[in-house]
Design a protein around this ligand. Sequence first.
Ligand code: FEO
Length: 394
Amino acid sequence: MAHEIKDDIYWVGVNDRRNDLFESYWPIPNGMSYNSYLIKDEKSALIDGVKGGFTEDFLRKVQPHGAVEDLDYVIVNHMEPDHTGVFPELRRLNSGLTFVGTEKASELLENFYGITQGVEVVETNDTLDLGSHTLEFVETPFVHWPETMMTYLREEEVLFSGDGFGTYGTLDGGLFDDQLGAEKYFDEAVRYLSNIVGAYSATLQGALAKLKRLNIEIIAPTHGPIWRDSPDKIVELYDKYSSGGALPGVTIVHGSMYGFTKKVTERVAQGARSTGLQDLKVLDASRTHPSYLLSAAWKRRGLIVGSPTYESRAFPPISNFLEITEKKKLKDRIAGIFGSYGWGGGSAREIEETAETLDWDLVSSPVEFNGQPSEDQLKNGFELGRQVAEAIKN
Ligand code: FEO
């Protein structure tokens, strides 16, 4: 596959088709790309690296464009090891290399890899002249870590955006959105956003505001396609899902050990559907990885959580989901709660605690039932679903 993005700008990244999990947690059934870029000029610069374990593949990509020993700069937009694992090898091969990043990145370079020499600290508006290419740096803290920045190539109007505007999925035989089919990546982009950078939605919004002054022809992130045909679409997607712009739909996340809670789930779903609601997703937390639960809930304004009681708290897969929603700051849902118990109760209480932490707007008090739900309790479940769906429509 041709690796040239523009004259003298090359993709030298790798496709990860062998790991099942990103960050050892998030499923990547479609793999993952770690994008790295090389700019050839009087001075040459590598923009980000790749994950350790892919060094050989990476060096093979760099080699046709010149020896690593001749590289001048490595631009460190982000220090997470999926982009920096190769740095020790680069330093070993080229002791004269200069790593360029934020102050915080310089600390992490030392802490992660013991790199203290040949480090240049930059701030927003600082530039680096490579000859006929000028790199301009924009600090974008917490997209995804505190040290993150983006790098703008002025002459070509290319934004090297780090994790921002990234998505899960390998680059199969192409590099660009128009080659690969942009639509194919959008669902996974929402899952990636919710899983990886969504917790920092406020700072993501801050970054988007900073980028407004730049003319951007191409967005080159560290994961997923290079957006040259429709960079506006991925920016819109990131803007929407980092600013509470969820869809008018309902996600029901439930767990059920012996089927009592599931009976109510069915009625909750019927109640939601009775309003004419089109977008309804029902997910079983025992059988669905939290990555997908979170992504579904991130997408839709309505969220209804149902759980049996387990040791006076929620069922563990539901507790796990609640913990992830808190870690990732899934705020401002229109929500409902239902739950079963055998004696003391406690599942609904745990969900209520999360709802309070995350400012979920509960349409009613929880629908709770002891053992088998009665016909009245099933009707209450139906009503809960109806109320959440109605609240979204309104
Ligand atoms: Fe792709 Fe936050 O690293």
